[in-house]
Ligand binder design. Structure first.
Ligand code: FE2
Length: 430
């Protein structure tokens, strides 16, 4: 007698007609024809069953604050930072907690099982840190929330940022963050990377820096981040987020930079939705795309995970916690249009980001955590194409969100009476 059996699933690796049995929060069998009884049985009807979506880059202290205290008129990163600076002093710890909890409700409904959120440490009261530590505890049964100490105004530029960042880490924030391109000078940016990586090395922590979120091809803090990572032996524990300046860099320089990143085992976290919106704002035409060199980083062997960054906050007015929107945009901006590339975009919002966050027990395999999502689509590519509905979200073997399949009823002469968008999958997707 199992807690849960999902019948007739298609898996991300392409296997179909598979049953998945779960017991005590763990996947205990993944095979065809499981006949045992279970407390709950779900018929997947051939739809895809995936491990949950993972967002490796988010700002939960700012989410759902859109319009408070005003809108971002220019649409730029810098006005967004200024607007956030206006909101910080007037929001309470409880305001942040309530917004974050509402966002987590939405995230669960969209099949998100893990989120890495940066939390601003440029606040002498550390209201965001206090709030998100509380939220991390409150949601732990349904979302793995990993927090990054993020000195938004520059760890060297803001006079109390270093002390507050250290205090946040002492309070239990998980990861060391930074924003070298926002320091006063290139030299200060590089120095901030050195100091923050040293803190991570001393404390045995991971690093995730906002790095070169700029159209300036000379913003090269990723070079320093890669150098410090290998110098301090932090390989595999460091991520560079955004990396948008790489889009504008000289090709010859990039031919040296990417091998340095590979040597250092630095991960890359592009944020397609926000950066297609923010970057290139100083351009007339042609306007640069706001995305780092995803294909080249991936092909070099760097783990690339797509993040969402923002939902309805001072920087981005859109967003529904849908990592398939993120994959869809990353696919288009990166021109990742082959079958292999499109399928890889699904990995970039699931397993790649789980690897970057260091999540254990992630996957659809015996012994993994029974955290799963049933999607109304028949393979990874179709899931992105359709931004497929999440029919069931399962955490530790229990269904925590359900949705009826989207089926349209048609009244057309001589045509079918109903339409399932998943039935439009190509006949021979190879
Ligand atoms: Fe960010």
């Amino acid at each position: 007698m199992f807690d849960l059996i999902i019948k007739n699933a298609t898996l991300p690796d392409g296997r179909s007609g598979v049953d998945i049995a779960c017991q005590d929060g763990i996947i205990t069998a993944v095979e065809a024809g499981i006949t045992a009884e279970a407390t709950e049985v779900i018929d997947a009807k051939g739809y895809l069953v995936s491990p949950p979506f993972v967002d490796p880059h988010f700002h939960m202290d700012a989410t759902l604050s859109l319009g408070t205290p005003r809108m971002n008129v220019s649409g730029t990163l810098l006005e967004g930072i200024a607007l956030w600076g206006e909101l910080k002093p007037v929001q309470s710890v409880d305001d942040i907690i309530q917004r974050a909890l509402r966002y987590c409700d939405l995230a669960v409904s969209m099949g998100l099982g893990a989120i890495r959120s940066h939390v601003d440490t440029c606040d002498d009261e550390l209201k965001g840190v206090e709030a998100l530590l509380e939220v991390r505890d409150q949601v732990k049964d349904y979302i793995d929330l990993q927090l990054v100490a993020f000195p938004q105004d520059g760890v060297l530029r803001d006079p109390t940022a270093m002390a507050n960042t250290l205090r946040a880490l002492d309070m239990g924030v998980d990861v060391v963050g930074g924003i070298p391109h926002f320091e006063r000078t290139m030299a200060d940016g590089a120095e901030s990377v050195r100091q923050l990586c040293k803190i991570a090395a001393d404390r045995g922590l991971m690093v995730d820096m906002h790095c070169d979120e700029s159209d300036d091809p000379h913003s090269r803090h990723i070079e320093t981040l890669a150098y410090e990572t290998q110098r301090l032996g932090l390989q595999g524990r460091v991520a560079g987020s955004h990396l948008t300046s790489m889009h504008s860099m000289d090709n010859y320089y990039v031919s040296k930079l990417i091998p340095l990143m590979v040597e250092a085992g630095v991960h890359a976290i592009p944020n397609p939705l926000i950066n297609i919106m923010l970057q290139g704002r100083h351009d007339t035409y042609p306007k640069r795309r706001g995305q780092t060199r995803v294909r080249e980083l991936r092909d070099a062997g760097i783990t690339v995970g797509f993040g969402s960054d923002c939902v309805m906050d001072p920087w981005y007015s859109m967003g529904t916690a849908d990592m398939l929107d993120v994959a869809f945009m990353g696919l288009h901006v990166g021109q990742l249009s082959s079958r292999e590339d499109m399928a890889w975009c699904f990995d970039a919002v699931t397993q790649n980001s789980a690897h970057i966050m260091g999540l254990g027990g992630y996957g659809v395999a015996k012994g993994c955590a029974a955290n799963l999502v049933l999607l109304q689509a028949r393979d990874k590519i179709e899931t992105i194409r359709l931004r497929a509905d999440r029919l069931a979200v399962i955490r530790k073997g229990k269904v925590i969100a359900r949705k009826q399949p989207s089926v349209s009823n048609l009244s057309l002469p001589g045509r079918p009476k109903s339409l399932d968008p998943a039935d439009y999958a190509p006949k021979s997707p190879s």
